[in-house]
Design a protein around this ligand. Sequence first.
Ligand code: ACO
Length: 327
Amino acid sequence: MSIYIAGTGSYLPERILTNADLEKLVDTSDEWIRVRTGIEERHLAARDQSSGDMAKIAAERALEAAGISGADLSAIIVASTTPDYTFPNTACLLQHALGCRPILCYDLSAACSGLLYSLENATSLMRANKKYRYVLVCGAEKLSGIVDWSDRNTCVLFGDGAGAFVLENRDGGDDHLPVSCLGANGSYSDTLKLPAGGSRNPASFETVEKRMHYIKMEGRETFKLAIKAMVESSNQVLTDSGVSPDQVALVIPHQANRRIIQAVAQRLTVPPDRVFDNVNRYGNTSAASIGIAFDDAVRSGRLKRGDLVLLTSFGSGLTWGAMLFRY
Ligand code: ACO
């Protein structure tokens, strides 16, 4: 049995918001944003475009790359902090939109770590039961809908988009199964959250008035925790798999902030040319970021079949993880 990535796809909405555009919205500057985050621009979904709409396009591209159709899928997992609805789940909407059979469909909530959590989930399903031959894993976000465009601490950081993987469980062949280390610590749940809209604070005039439907973040604290979590989980998978950092062809970290990416690379002793970074173009797309980056790396030739790749992420929860596998 060998589970491998049969195809990837991504989608970024057309509209681009530059740092210069943000200078007109809040008291910030292109220089501040570039120096503190590395971000130059981000893509924003159209008003009527949902996370599910973006996931559908990314999924179609991944299915095409895998050479299969929606009807071949045996499960769909969607990671998103901005699903189309609380219910039904976005995976069900995709099941219908992609013309799939009546298969297992669910969403997974782990903020920016959602895609890694979903990949772990998908490979565990596939290992446990061979009927899950092709599994679609999508990360999709319309963060522009939950960003407070009057808060300069957060509005400069985020973007919209979707990334998708088609995993295949093949008979025989090399074992491409991932080695992973995923974790969480709920004591940091206030560090990064969307305070209202759930059962703790259901939507009301008061929650809207108090701007509780927008991302709240303690940036400095998140920054430190992110580096620690990504470095520790990455070192754990390297140790567990007996792989040294110089054997890894490409590290694809969650794209939140260039300074975080560089600090992680430095601590892992991986040279900068083997660390993928497209945060300048897309900003932080949360659960979609690793999917978008992975597809970018494949389509631009940075990642080749047989390469060892290390993914690592962190997000609200706090959740984090690392995953090492052969592409
Ligand atoms: N433009 C200009 N000045 C700003 C801006 C801005 N956009 N934002 C904040 N500032 C100011 C602050 O008000 C502060 O001013 P003060 O010193 O007068 O109080 C000053 O800049 C420094 O603020 P810090 O927060 O200390 O800046 P820092 O260097 O930590 O950078 C940042 C802030 C970019 C948010 C950084 O902390 C960071 O990237 N943190 C991690 C965030 C992250 O990755 N979040 C993703 C979570 S993923 C998920 O699950 C959704």
